[in-house]
Design a protein around this ligand. Structure first.
Ligand SMILES: Nc1ncnc2c1ncn2[C@@H]1O[C@H](COP(=O)(O)OP(=O)(O)OP(=O)(O)O)[C@@H](O)[C@H]1O
Ligand SMILES: [Mg+2]
Length: 275
C-alpha cells in the first residue's frame, strides 16, 4: 500500500485546520484506512476531537526518540481510523533540552546533526505509515515551530485552509517561504500544495470576492489553485468535534456535511490529476 500524506498547514491560527482534518479524515475512513498525526502539543485539538484521553499515550515525541513505533503509538478511534495523539511534551522537540536528551542515546555532535536526525526519523516514520494507511493526515500548530517544519519536510501534499479575510491570505506568505526552503534545500523537493481551501466561506459578501481575487493571484504564484469547493460557516461543524464524531455521521444531511464530502472528493481528484 502506498498511502498519501497530507499536512493541513498555515502560519495563522484558527483557520479551521484541525476541524477540517478531523472531518475529512473521519469521512475518508468510511472506505479507506486513515491515520491522524497530531503535531500540536499545546492544543492537541485533534486528540480531543477523537475523544482520546492524554493519559498514558505515546506521541510523535516517543517515535522520534526511538521509544515507540507506529503500532505501539497508534490509538484506535473507530474502524479504519487511528491517531498518534499529542500532549504538551512534544512542544519540547527542537529545543536545546531535547537535543541534550537525545544525544545521550544517539551520537549527535552538532545541532545540525540533531536537526537532520529528526527530519530523517520523521520522513522514515511518514513513509512507513503510508505503507499501512491510505491517508496520513498531519495537523501541526500554526506557529512556525519545529514540528510545523518537520511536517513540511516529510509530507507529500499540503492543503492550506484559509478564512475569507485578508489576514488569512497575508499569512500564506510565511507558509510559501517555508515551502520554498524545504524544496530548495532538497529536504522535500517534491512537496506539493494540493490547493488553498476556503473555510467558513460565503460568496455573498464583497469582502469574500475581494479576498478570493487576492488569493487567486497568490495561489498562482505558489503554483497551485483554490479548491473549487469550500466549507461554509456552520455551528454543526464546531459542535460535532466536541461530540467526537465527524459531521458526515453526526448530521449527514446538513449542508456542511455535503461540503465535507465534496471537498474530500476534490482532494482525491486533485491527487489523481497530479496537482
Ligand atoms: N466551518 C466552520 N464553521 C463554524 N466554525 C468553525 C468552522 N471551522 C472551524 N470552526 C471553529 O473555529 C475555531 C478554530 O477552528 P480550528 O481549531 O479547527 O482551527 P485551527 O486552524 O486548527 O486552529 P489552530 O491554529 O489554533 O490550530 C474552532 O472554534 C472551530 O470550532
Ligand atoms: Mg489546530
Amino acid at each position: 500500500m502506498s498511502g498519501k500524506s497530507i499536512a493541513f498547514v498555515i502560519e495563522k491560527g484558527g483557520t479551521g485546520k484541525s476541524t477540517i482534518a478531523f472531518n475529512i479524515g473521519w469521512y475518508l475512513s468510511k472506505k479507506h484506512k486513515v491515520l491522524f498525526l497530531d503535531l500540536d502539543g499545546q492544543m492537541a485539538n485533534l486528540t480531543y476531537f477523537c475523544g482520546v484521553s492524554k493519559e498514558g499515550i505515546l506521541t510523535i515525541g516517543n517515535i522520534l526518540d526511538g521509544d515507540a513505533d507506529l503500532e505501539s503509538a497508534a490509538v484506535n478511534v473507530k474502524p479504519n481510523l487511528h491517531i498518534i495523539p499529542a500532549d504538551n511534551s512534544i512542544t519540547g522537540i527542537g529545543t536545546p533540552a531535547h537535543f541534550d536528551k537525545l544525544s545521550e542515546s544517539v551520537e549527535l555532535k552538532t545541532s545540525q546533526d540533531y536537526q537532520l536526525f529528526l527530519i530523517e526519523r520523521m520522513q522514515e516514520f511518514i513513509r512507513s505509515a503510508c505503507e499501512h494507511y491510505d491517508y496520513v493526515l498531519l495537523d501541526p500548530n500554526p506557529s512556525p515551530n519545529y514540528l510545523h517544519t518537520l511536517a513540511l519536510c516529510s509530507c507529500e501534499y499540503v492543503i492550506i485552509p484559509v478564512l475569507p479575510d485578508a489576514a488569512s491570505v497575508v499569512s500564506d506568505e510565511g507558509t510559501a517561504e517555508s515551502l520554498d526552503i524545504v524544496r530548495e534545500t532538497g529536504i522535500n523537493e517534491d512537496v506539493r500544495v494540493l490547493g488553498i481551501l476556503f473555510n467558513r466561506y460565503t460568496d455573498r459578501t464583497n469582502l469574500s470576492k475581494q479576498v478570493r481575487k487576492i488569493t487567486e493571484d497568490f495561489a498562482r504564484e505558489m503554483g497551485t489553485t483554490i479548491f473549487k469547493n469550500t466549507i461554509r460557516n456552520s455551528v454543526v461543524l464546531s459542535e460535532c468535534v466536541g461530540m467526537h464524531t465527524g459531521i458526515t455521521d453526526y448530521r449527514p444531511s446538513s449542508p456542511a456535511a455535503e461540503d465535507v464530502r465534496k471537498v474530500a472528493a476534490e482532494i482525491k481528484r486533485r491527487m489523481r490529476n497530479g496537482h
